[in-house]
Design a protein around this ligand. Sequence first.
Ligand SMILES: Nc1ncnc2c1ncn2[C@@H]1O[C@H](COP(=O)(O)OP(=O)(O)O)[C@@H](O)[C@H]1O
Ligand SMILES: [Mg+2]
Length: 342
Amino acid sequence: MATTTRNVLEVRDLRTYFYTQDGVVKAVDGVSFDLKEGETLGLVGESGCGKSVTALSIMRLIPNPPGRTVGGQVLLEGSDLLKLRDREMRQIRGGRIAMVFQEPMSSLNPVLTIGRQITEALETHLKLTRREARDRAGELLARVGLADPKKALDSYPHLFSGGMRQRVMLAMALGCNPSILLADEPTTALDVTIQAQILEMLKRLTTELGTAVILITHNLGVVARYADRVNIMYAGKIVETGYARDIYGNPRHPYTLGLLATVPRLDQPKRARLTPIDGMPPDLAHLAPGCSFRPRCPYAVARCAQEEPPLTPVGESHASACWVAHTLTERSPTAQRQGDSP
Ligand SMILES: Nc1ncnc2c1ncn2[C@@H]1O[C@H](COP(=O)(O)OP(=O)(O)O)[C@@H](O)[C@H]1O
Ligand SMILES: [Mg+2]
C-alpha cells in the first residue's frame, strides 16, 4: 500500500495518434492520471484499447511514423518528459523509469549472457565498475528467485524458461532502482501457476524497494490482488478510476461490470458460466459520436449516442465516464437487462 500521497508521475491529457491509410487511429485520446509514490496502479482493458500505447508514450517509444504523441504532458517529479531531448530521455529510460514487456525473449539479446545484459545496464546507469556490476547482478538474480544466480550470470537466454526469462527482465528493470516500473502484461504469456509466482515476487520486491508500478493487464482478476488503484480503459480513454476495492465492490461503469463478469469468482460455483461482453471494441479510426461503449452497453439511453460522457466523480477518489453511472449501484447487469428491455 502507498504510504504517502506524493505523485511520482502525472499524465495529463495524453494523446497519441497513428496516421494510417485507414485514417487517424486515436489510440490514446485524452488520458490523465496520477501515479503515487510506491503504489501499484492497474491499467485494465480489452486488447486494443490503448494500454501499451499509453506506456510506450510515457517512455517516448512510439514508432514515428506512423505514430505521434500529439498532445498532453507526462510529468516526472514535475518535469515534462515529452519536452526532454532524446539524450536526456535515454537517461530516464532504464534509469528512473523501467519497463518490462509481455514477451521477455524479444527484449533479451540472444547472443549475450544474462550477466552481461544486466551488468551493461548497471554500468551505464549506476556508473558501477564491471566487478561491482557483476556482484550486484548476482544479488539481483537471487532476489528475483533464481535458484543458482552465479550459474545464471554465465548462461544465455535460450536456456531459460519463459518464467525465468521474465524474472531476469525484472532483475534488469529493478537493478537501477527506478522510481517507476511499467509492467506491460508481464505474465500474460506464462501459465497460470508461474504467473502467480512472478506477480507475488513483483509485488514483494517493488514493495521492499518502494517502486511505483503501472501494472497493465487485460485481466481484472490480476489487478484485484495486486493493485492499490485501478484505471479501466476503453477505446483510448479512461472510463472508470478508483481504489481496487471500489472497482470490485462498487463498479460504476457498464464496461467495468462487463469485465467483472468475465473474471472467475471464488464466491461462485466453479461451473457458473462466465459471460463475455457482447460485441467488439470499436474501430479507433472511425469512432461514432457519443459514448464509445454505447453499441455494447445494456444500459444505454438516448443521450449516450449524442454526447460523450466525461469522467465525473461518483465517490471519494472514484470517477466514471457514464451518463447513467448513478443508476448502476447494486443492480446486476442481468436484472437491469431484463427490467429495461425495450
Ligand atoms: N504501429 C501502429 N500502427 C497503427 N496502429 C497502431 C500501432 N500500434 C498500435 N496501434 C493501434 O493502437 C490501438 C491501441 O493499441 P495498444 O495500446 O497496443 O492496445 P492494448 O490495450 O492491447 O495494449 C490499437 O487499435 C492498435 O491497432
Ligand atoms: Mg498491449
